[in-house]
Design a protein around this ligand. Structure first.
Ligand SMILES: Nc1ncnc2c1ncn2[C@@H]1O[C@H](COP(=O)(O)OP(=O)(O)OP(=O)(O)O)[C@@H](O)[C@H]1O
Length: 252
């Protein structure tokens, strides 16, 4: 089991404009088991991206530790895949080549690589678009390619930072449904950052509510799967959970 263990994590930035230190993350502890889908939700500025960037190894932490499979995280690595809100697909590569890039870099041999790539393209309903270039795709499709490009690397943990924030509301709902479907099929370990409470609850098995750099509460989401918006919009348990999380993050 490849568990992610975050222990008393803290991050202090020096703000050169104010000439003071800003504590963005304070004493955060979190355990994520292999195959879990955890959403971290909280208002703007509560430290979500800072936590994700530390797990990704993009920025150093000032206190505590992050262990992946028992080993300390001290920099980026292929064991962690990242999908951002605005990320660049390689514009000169087709959809297929974009998705194949990671496995190729990892040295996966051609036959196995083709198998992986076709499996993920099919899973994300992108087979028809395999030969297209990113510029020929809608924003929603580009985002979908970004998700499967990260998944095709088969990372131990997939880190997602508001990946659907820049698409329209309908496309966003479709992408959320697709992500849950892909997660059910492949069971990757996912940490998903969002400020959207409904999105956090819809996707996750567990929601971590964050405020001012601290964990307020962890809420288990035992809603049945597969999850589709037409069912959940009217579901009392879903409404109760989103209400609870909203109340938490707003009251802090
Ligand atoms: N490089 C930096 N230097 C100084 N302060 C920073 C830096 N990056 C973030 N901060 C501060 O740390 C705090 C947390 O920021 P962070 O971006 O992690 O929050 P967030 O919850 O992801 O916000 P958002 O949802 O708006 O992206 C904020 O007060 C922010 O101003």
């Amino acid at each position: 089991m490849k568990n992610l263990s975050i222990r008393n994590l803290s991050k202090t930035y020096f703000d050169p404009y104010a000439g003071t230190n800003v504590t963005a993350v304070h004493d955060v502890s979190l355990d994520v088991q292999q195959g879990e889908f955890v959403s971290i939700v909280g208002p703007s500025g509560c430290g979500k991206t800072t936590i994700l960037n530390m797990i990704a190894g993009f920025i150093p932490y000032t206190g505590g530790e992050i262990l992946l499979d028992g080993r300390p995280v001290n920099g980026p690595g292929p064991d962690r895949g990242v999908v951002f809100q605005s990320f660049a697909l390689f514009p000169w590569k087709t959809v297929l080549e974009n998705v194949a890039f990671g496995p190729k870099m990892r040295g996966v041999h051609k036959a196995q690589r083709e198998k992986i790539v076709h499996e993920y393209l099919s899973l994300a309903k992108l087979t028809e678009a395999a030969e297209r270039y990113p510029v020929e795709l809608s924003g929603g499709m580009q985002q979908r390619v970004g998700v499967v490009r990260a998944l095709a690397n088969e990372p131990d943990v997939l880190l997602m930072d508001e990946p659907f924030a820049s698409v329209d509301a309908q496309t966003r709902m479709t992408l959320q449904e697709e992500l849950t479907r892909i997660w059910e099929e492949k069971r990757p370990t996912v940490i998903f950052i969002t400020h959207d409470v409904a999105e956090a609850v819809f996707l996750a098995n567990r929601v971590v509510a964050l405020s001012k750099g601290r964990v307020l509460e962890e809420i288990a989401v035992n809603l049945p799967r597969p999850r589709v918006w037409d069912d959940l919009n009217e579901d009392n348990q879903f409404k109760a959970l989103t209400g609870r999380v909203l109340q938490l993050v707003r009251s802090a």
